[in-house]
Structures are given as structure tokens and as C-alpha cells.
Design a binder for this molecule. Structure first.
Ligand code: HEC
Length: 139
């Protein structure tokens, strides 16, 4: 590695702790909807219907998140939380240690408590998005 490159790396590393802790605080303060817009809407769509701008570029279909309860009979809070925090692996979300939004979260140096807060806000937000389990036409 050249001296110049080493210098740049050191400079970047020196700047990270300050800016990242500011971001952790920022994420924890965000509402579930704001977190969703920032980390999920690109694929799942602004309204959760699976029609985000990145969706067509993916090999797998992006699910409509407003239909989770209808598809499963009720809203599986625990499973959804595990999908969000990466304990339940979904390949399109990346790996457990590095889900697609996890990079942003890990740069922000979220601790376990921050992760729990953010996961709960996102889970609550998705619970709110659910369309009724029973269809009005009885089907
Ligand atoms: C890179 C695109 C992408 C991003 C960003 C993304 N998802 Fe997903 N998500 C997917 C895809 C694709 C699937 C379906 C994968 C599968 O079934 O294997 C999925 C599945 C899910 C499921 C399971 C739905 C079901 O019916 O079982 C949940 C819940 C979910 N995502 C929530 C989120 C949340 C919350 C975020 C933001 C923190 C998010 N996703 C960010 C692409 C994405």
C-alpha cells in the first residue's frame, strides 16, 4: 500500500467514530415510517406493495408487505422482527451479519438495544400496514 493510500485510510478511520455515533442516534430517533422509507421502500415500495424502484432488478419477487397477515392468517410479529434484525435469513436481504440495510446499521454502530428499538419500530409499522385478514367479500 502506498504511503498516500495509508494516509487516506487513516484519515477515513479517524472520522468514522464521530459521524457514525451521530447516525446511530439519528436512526433511533426516527419513526417506524421514516426507517421504512429509508431502508425498505427501495424494494418494498412506498406503501409496502412490493413495487419499489429496485424491485424489477431483483431475481426474486418482492412481496407485498401489506398482505403478510392475510397470507398467514395473522400478523407473525416475532417472525417479522427476526426477518428485520437478520435472525431469520432471507437471501434477498443479504446475510445475517450483513443484511442490505445492516451495512448502514453497523456503520452507525448500533448496539443491541438500538437494534431492538429500530426492529420494534419497523415491526409496529408493518403491523399497521396490514390489510384486513378477512376480505369484505367473504373470500
Ligand atoms: C434489496 C431489496 C430489499 C430491501 C432493501 C428490503 N427487502 Fe424485505 N424482502 C425482499 C425480498 C426480495 C423478499 C422476499 C424474499 C424471499 O421470499 O425469499 C423480502 C421479504 C421480506 C419480508 C417477508 C415477507 C413475507 O411475506 O414473508 C419482510 C417482513 C421484509 N422483507 C421486510 C423488510 C423490511 C422491514 C425492510 C427494511 C428494513 C426490507 N424488507 C428491506 C427485498 C428487500
Amino acid at each position: 500500500m502506498s504511503a498516500r493510500l495509508l494516509y487516506v485510510c487513516a484519515l477515513v478511520a479517524a472520522c468514522v467514530p464521530f459521524s457514525s455515533s451521530a447516525r446511530a442516534a439519528e436512526y433511533v430517533e426516527m419513526s417506524g415510517q421514516e426507517l421504512y422509507m429509508r431502508f425498505c421502500a427501495s424494494c418494498h415500495g412506498v406503501e409496502g406493495r412490493g413495487d419499489g424502484p429496485v424491485a424489477p432488478a431483483l431475481a426474486v419477487e418482492v412481496p407485498d408487505l401489506t398482505l403478510i397477515a392475510r397470507r398467514r392468517g395473522s400478523f407473525p410479529r416475532d417472525l417479522v422482527a427476526r426477518i428485520i434484525d437478520g435472525r431469520h435469513i432471507i437471501s434477498a436481504h443479504g446475510t445475517r451479519t450483513m443484511p442490505v440495510w445492516g451495512l448502514a446499521f453497523s456503520r452507525a454502530e448500533l448496539d443491541e438495544q438500538d437494534t431492538r428499538i429500530i426492529t420494534r419500530k419497523l415491526t409496529d409499522y408493518l403491523a399497521q400496514l396490514q390489510r384486513p385478514v378477512q376480505r369484505s367479500d367473504g373470500q
